[in-house]
Each structure stands twice: as C-alpha cells, then as structure tokens.
Design a protein around this ligand. Structure first.
Ligand SMILES: [Zn+2]
Length: 177
C-alpha cells in the first residue's frame, strides 16, 4: 500500500479523487448462509422462484426465504446498469465488502471498475464461520492474518490486484473459536 493513497482494484488514487463514496456495497455475492426456509409449506415453491408480481409481496415480507433475493448474481443486466446509474448521478467510489464466505468475485469487481469508471475498493477478510469451508476454519489465526496482509500489500490469489480495506468481517455470538 502506498502511504497517503487509497488502494482501488485498478491501482492507488489520491484521497481527493474519492468523491461521493458508498462505503458498504455488494456487487456480486452469495448469501446462502442467511437463507431461512419458509415456515409455511404452502410457500415452499417460492424458495427457488424468480421474482414475480405473484410472489413479490411474500418475498418482501420474507426476504431471507428467497434464494433469488439473497444472491446478487445478475451481473450483466442489473449490477452494471446500477453502477452506471450511480456514476451518472455523481457517484465516484464504492467499497465492495463481499469477502471470503460471501463469494468474493474479484474478476467481476475489476470489470465493474473498468466499464463504469467508478473507483472500486475491495475488502479482504472472512464472513461468519458457517459461510466458510472447514479447510479454512482449520487454518491458524496467524495464517489468516498473513493472507489478509498479502491481499492488501501484494495482491489477491497471486495477482497484483490489491484490496484496500479489511471488511466485512462476519461475527456471530458466541464467537466461533
Ligand atoms: Zn455487507
């Protein structure tokens, strides 16, 4: 990290280039860890259903019981459009908080930054224990710290694309130990 600079996925920028900034966004995310099955079997079919006029009222009342609603994976039509609209309205920067466990997708994050001209700052870290594979849970605290430091200072997964913040970090109570 360069001292006094903001680290975006396309490289460092000066603080005065941040402009209007959204500090907690998710451009692409799998949030299956939060899924709550419908309690009433009558609505079981809504678990996997696309949003329609028929089910939208129920999904608004039960947002975590719709897998379509909790997963942000409509990259082509929805997310790029939204970020272009944000730019048109004066938006300059977004912080992408989809960390490991939320299916961080750095290729898509880089694409959003390139195609929209919005600065995107990616987060490093880990979401709640239930969202993580057992191979990750069994790693040492020091190993996880090293991985986050590497994401911030060297690059993610052997690339030279660096994260600029730590977060979001997912915690539950009691804390997983
Ligand atoms: Zn979040």
């Amino acid at each position: 990290m360069e001292k006094g600079k903001i680290q975006t996925v396309l490289g460092p920028i000066n603080p005065d280039e941040l402009g209007l900034t959204l500090c907690h966004e998710h451009l692409s995310m799998k949030f299956d860890v939060a899924f709550v099955p419908p309690t009433n079997p009558k609505y079981k079919a809504y678990e996997e259903a696309e949003l329609t006029l028929e089910n939208i009222g129920w999904i608004r009342q039960n947002p975590l019981s719709s897998k379509v609603n909790i997963n942000l994976n409509d990259a082509e039509s929805a997310m790029l459009y939204d970020v272009h609209e944000y730019k048109k309205c004066g938006g300059c920067t977004m912080v992408e908080n989809s960390t490991i466990g939320l299916n961080r997708d750095m290729d898509f994050v880089i694409r959003v930054a390139r195609e929209t001209g919005v600065n995107v700052i990616a987060g490093t870290g880990y979401y709640v224990a239930d969202s993580l594979p057992s191979s990750l849970i069994s790693r040492s605290e020091e190993d996880l710290v090293k991985e986050m430091a590497s994401d911030l200072t060297k690059g993610v997964n052997g690339s030279d694309v660096k994260c600029g913040v730590i977060g979001e970090i997912g915690c539950t109570w009691p804390l997983h130990g």
